[in-house]
Ligand binder design. Structure first.
Ligand code: SAM
Length: 241
C-alpha cells in the first residue's frame, strides 16, 4: 500500500473493495418523491429568496446512472414548472435544458477512478438502458453504434469528482444529497461520522436521500424523517445539537 509505486496499488485496492452496482431510475417511488415533492418545495423556497442556484450531490455515484437520472429529473421538473408558471420573458431559442435564471450544479463523486471514468463518458448498453423510457432516450441520449451516449448538454450539468466519504472535508452548500447504497458498507461508527458530515454539507432545510435498505434510525437525531407513498427522505433539523 505504501510502496514507492503506491498509487496504482491503492487504486486497484479501492476498485476491489467497492461494489459498483447501480441503475438508471433506481427505486422509482423515492425518485418520484424527489421530483414531485422535494424538488418542487426546494425550487419554490429558493425562488422566493431569489436564490437561483440548485446544488445536488450524488455521493457514491458509481458509473453515473444515478447523477444522470437526477439531472434528467431536474430538467423535466423545471420544464414542467415553467409550463405552469411561464417566464416573464421569451425563452431563448433553442430552449436551454435549464431555463434562466436557474443554475443547476450536480456533483457526482466516488472513490473508484474506473467508475468515475465510465460515468464521465456516459456510454451505456441496451441492457443498462432498460429502465429508461423512449421519450427520455430521445430527449437526453444519442445513439452511437449499438450504445447510447448521454447528450453533452446533460453532461454539462454534472461535475464528476473523486471524494472519499471517509475523509473530513466534503463538498459544502448542497440543497439535496443522494447517498444511496454506500453507507451499507460502512460500520456503525463510520455511518454516524458520515451523517454528521452530511448535516454540515447541507444548506438549511436541506434533504438527504439514503438507500431504501438504509436508515438514519440509531445513526443520527439531527434529521427529521419524512415517509410518504413507500418513500423516505430525511430533512435537516435546524439548530440540532
Ligand atoms: C452500490 S454503489 C451505489 C451507486 C448509486 N449510489 C446507487 O445507489 O445506485 C456504491 C458506490 O459507493 C462507492 N463508495 C464506496 N465507498 C466509498 C467511499 N468511502 N467514498 C466514496 N465512495 C464510496 C463505490 O465505489 C460505489 O461506486
Amino acid at each position: 500500500m505504501t510502496s514507492r509505486e503506491g498509487k496504482p496499488e491503492l487504486s486497484a485496492l479501492l476498485e476491489n473493495l467497492t461494489v459498483n452496482e447501480t441503475s438508471f431510475f433506481r427505486v422509482k417511488p423515492q425518485l418520484e418523491m424527489f421530483q414531485k415533492s422535494i424538488l418542487e418545495e426546494v425550487l419554490h423556497r429558493k425562488q422566493e429568496r431569489r436564490d437561483w442556484t440548485l446544488r445536488i450531490w450524488s455521493a457514491g455515484c458509481s458509473t453515473g446512472q444515478e447523477p444522470y437520472t437526477l439531472a434528467i429529473m431536474v430538467c423535466d421538473a423545471l420544464a414542467y414548472y415553467y409550463l405552469r408558471n411561464p417566464l416573464p420573458f421569451d425563452m431563448p431559442v433553442p430552449k436551454p435544458l435549464i431555463p434562466p435564471p436557474w443554475k443547476v450544479e450536480i456533483l457526482a463523486s466516488d472513490i473508484s477512478f474506473s467508475a468515475l471514468l465510465t460515468a464521465g463518458q456516459g456510454v451505456y448498453t441496451d441492457a443498462q438502458m432498460e429502465p429508461v423510457d423512449y421519450t427520455t432516450r430521445l430527449r437526453y441520449f444519442e445513439k452511437s453504434a449499438d450504445k447510447y451516449v448521454v447528450k453533452q448538454s446533460l453532461k454539462n450539468l454534472i461535475q464528476f469528482d473523486f471524494h472519499n466519504l471517509k475523509t473530513e472535508f466534503l463538498p459544502q452548500r448542497n440543497d439535496i444529497i443522494f447517498c444511496r447504497n454506500v453507507m451499507i458498507y460502512f460500520d456503525e461508527a463510520e455511518q454516524k461520522r458520515l451523517v454528521e458530515k452530511f448535516y454540515r454539507c447541507l444548506n438549511q432545510e436541506g434533504y438527504l436521500f439514503v438507500g431504501h435498505a438504509e436508515s438514519l434510525f440509531g445513526v443520527s437525531t439531527k434529521f427529521h424523517m419524512i415517509h410518504r407513498n413507500s418513500a423516505t427522505v430525511y430533512q435537516r433539523i435546524e439548530g440540532a445539537q
